[in-house]
Design a protein around this ligand. Structure first.
Ligand code: PLP
Length: 208
C-alpha cells in the first residue's frame, strides 16, 4: 500500500488524493490513514456513518455516491467534509435546510453526468447553469466545484474528451475544484486539469 500511494502522489502533484474505501474495513482504512492519507470517499450513507463514528476525527470524509434526500441529515449532523455528488436542486435544498438546522456551512461539489450515460448519476450539462445559480443563493452551502465520472470506454481519447469538457465547465463558472479520475483514468484526468482524484481499487485492491 505504501509504494502505490507514493506512486500516485508523485503522479498527481498538488492534486488531492481521496482514497475510496467503500466495502473496505476499518482496519484497511486505518492502515491507509497511518500512511498519511486523511481524505476518504464513501458511496453509501449507512456505511459512511458507521465509519465516521468509529474512525479518527481528523479524517475528512467525502460523500461520492448518489445521495437520497432522506439520508442527508445523517451526514450533515456529523462531520462530513465534502458532498461531491449533488445533482439536483431538490437535494441541494435539503442539504441547505439541514445545514441551517445544524448551524453549519456544508461544502459541496455538483456532479455532472458528462458522459451522458443513463446509468450514471449527475445533472446534465443543460441543467448545470440553473443548478449553480440556485445553489449560489443557498445561505449554508459552499459550492467548491464540480465532480464527474469519465466516459466508460476502452478508448482513452473518449475518456479524455469527457475530462476536457469538465475542465471547460469548471473554468466557465470560475470554480476551485474539479474532482475527476479513478484507478483506471486518473493520469488522464490530471493531465486534463483535475485537482481531486478518487482512487479505490488501486490502493485497496479489488472490491468483492
Ligand atoms: C467507486 C468509486 C470510485 C473509485 O473507483 P476505483 O475504480 O476503485 O478507483 C471513484 N468515484 C466514484 C464516484 C466511485 O463510485
Amino acid at each position: 500500500m505504501n509504494s502505490v500511494i507514493n506512486k500516485i502522489r508523485s503522479e498527481i502533484g498538488n492534486a488531492l488524493l481521496v482514497a475510496v474505501s467503500k466495502t473496505k474495513s476499518n482496519e484497511e482504512i486505518l492502515k491507509c490513514y497511518n500512511l498519511g492519507v486523511k481524505d476518504f470517499g464513501e458511496n453509501y450513507v449507512q456505511e459512511l456513518v458507521s465509519k465516521m463514528d468509529s474512525l479518527p476525527n481528523d479524517i475528512r470524509w467525502h460523500m461520492i455516491g448518489h445521495l437520497q434526500t432522506n439520508k442527508v441529515k445523517d451526514i450533515v449532523k456529523r462531520n462530513i467534509y465534502l458532498i461531491e455528488s449533488v445533482d439536483s436542486i431538490k437535494l441541494a435544498n435539503v442539504i441547505n435546510k439541514e445545514a441551517i438546522k445544524n448551524n453549519k456551512i456544508v461544502n459541496i461539489l455538483i456532479e455532472v453526468n458528462i458522459a451522458e450515460e443513463s446509468s450514471k448519476t449527475g445533472c446534465s450539462v443543460e441543467e448545470l447553469d440553473n443548478l449553480i445559480n440556485e445553489v449560489k443563493n443557498m445561505s449554508n452551502i459552499n459550492l467548491m466545484g464540480l465532480m464527474a465520472i469519465g466516459t466508460h470506454s476502452e478508448n482513452d481519447s473518449e475518456i479524455r474528451d469527457s475530462f476536457k469538457k469538465m475542465k471547460k465547465l469548471k473554468d466557465k463558472y470560475k470554480l476551485e475544484y474539479l474532482s475527476m479520475g479513478m484507478s483506471h483514468d486518473y493520469k488522464i484526468a490530471i493531465e486534463e486539469g483535475s485537482n481531486i482524484v478518487r482512487i479505490g481499487t488501486l490502493i485497496f485492491g479489488k472490491r468483492d
